[in-house]
Design a protein around this ligand. Sequence first.
Ligand code: ADP
Ligand code: ADP
Length: 240
Amino acid sequence: MTAISVSNLSKRYGKTTALDQVSLELQRGEMVALIGASGSGKSTLIRHIAGLEMGDGTAGKVTVLGNISQDGGRPNRSNKRGAVSVIFQQFNLVTRLSVLTNVLIGNLGRVPRWRGTIGVFNKAEKEKAQAALARVGIPQVAAQRSSTLSGGQQQRAAIARTLVQQAEILIADEPISALDPSSARRVMDVLADINNQDNITVLVSLHQVEYARRYCKRTIAMRDGRIVYDGPSTALSNAF
Ligand code: ADP
Ligand code: ADP
């Protein structure tokens, strides 16, 4: 079953062509790497798939889990809420809140049982969030302020939130670019784990080809707003 379908997607920012006739399809359960130099269009593509672009200068079509999210530049808000979780290179957590609260409040404004005050989550919800933190290997930090976490721990907390949200697709925009190699490996291990165990479809943009080869069967490579490779990561040349 198709998780993400992008068809002839183009995006212009004034005179800059950020995306030029991009087409791709991800099946449910895949874990796919998106690579390319800075400025090649990875973030723009991700924002369109995540429904975070308003549609000006956009042409083409994006369908996520069978719902059209972009069609000829018109954004469509019919996507099932919470089905797509997005993680960025940084700023994924509200730093003044505890890690547990961050996991509970979900992604992209999806707030379960919010009653104007933080901390009104019920016991079952808190247990679920605590279990998600255990899944990503950081059960001990639940009560800490998010600002006290290392970069790698923050990314793992953001992935725990994806689990609580029961997202079907996780899109991660350079989640390991700011991390040292051992933290980066731990974050990639967690992504691979939720892909395997929870069947969450993962699209992850990466700077380093070696992580794509190690963690993803399939890699999509971009250059100047175009897809220049889409196939097995093992066959990827070192040129990327
Ligand atoms: P990266 O290469 O890691 O994607 P960038 O520095 O290219 O990061 O972009 C960071 C943010 O700035 C993105 O949200 C992107 O859309 C925005 N951005 C990039 N280039 C421009 C630009 N020329 N004008 C305005 N915003 C831009
Ligand atoms: P990447 O994520 O691969 O670094 P981006 O998608 O951020 O690439 O950028 C692709 C191109 O689009 C770049 O030339 C960038 O400067 C431009 N761009 C991205 N976002 C914006 C924006 N909000 N405004 C203007 N130009 C942008």
